[in-house]
Design a protein around this ligand. Structure first.
Ligand code: GLN
Length: 196
């Protein structure tokens, strides 16, 4: 069973741990760099990216997380996607730069800042995807290395890039575990490739 860390500094890490368990992995909360040891992959949850960033900097987690992402898969959702991006707008802020993409924070504006959307344009197989957006960012530019796995209103909302995956919505808040399973497939493929 894959052991997947969930960065547990702030945000909805408990919902991710439950979703990972449903999808067949063993979740482990991560608050310190040493807790990254022995993980097969990591989830950075949604929440408030500025607060998470402050805590990451306070605990000296930026270099170890960047190094982890050089070797192992990371899945970032909403604030987690912002933290994985190479460029953050509105306002600019530091990030791990593990996915070549530009994200604009809180980009859906006030009236539409939170909603449940039905996504039909996706590559996960099966029917439409229910996506919970909460003060979500918009991926304004997805680099050449990004594979867009789902779009909503014309913008990418789920992307894959090398080892990593990012969603601008909250797949941990719906019972549909297709997206977590997709991440676990990446983790399994990577673990096998590494063992060869
Ligand atoms: N608005 C938050 C941010 O900019 C992200 C919201 C979320 O993760 N649901 O960090």
């Amino acid at each position: 069973m894959a052991v997947i860390g969930v960065l547990a500094l702030q945000g909805d890490y408990e919902a991710h741990a439950a979703a990972l368990r449903r999808a067949g992995a063993e979740p482990r909360e991560v608050r310190r760099a040493a807790e990254l040891d022995g993980l097969d992959g990591l989830v950075i949850p949604g929440g408030e990216s500025t607060s998470m960033l402050r805590l990451m900097e306070y605990y000296g987690l930026m270099p170890p997380l960047a190094a982890f992402g050089g070797r192992k898969p990371i899945f970032g959702t909403c604030a987690g996607a912002i933290l994985l991006a190479s460029e953050v707008l509105n306002p600019p802020q530091p990030s791990l730069g593990l996915i070549d993409m530009a994200v604009e924070r809180n980009a859906y504006g006030r009236q539409l800042d939170s909603r449940v959307a039905r996504i039909t344009d996706h590559q996960l197989g099966g029917g439409e995807l229910e996506a919970v957006f909460i003060r979500a960012p918009i991926i304004r530019r997805a680099g050449a290395g990004c594979r867009v796995l789902a779009t909503y209103l014309g913008d990418p909302v789920l992307v894959e890039s090398g080892l990593h995956m990012a969603a601008t919505f909250h797949p941990e808040l719906t019972p549909d575990d297709r997206i977590h399973r997709r991440f676990l497939e990446k983790v399994a493929a990577w673990t096998q490739a590494e063992a060869r």
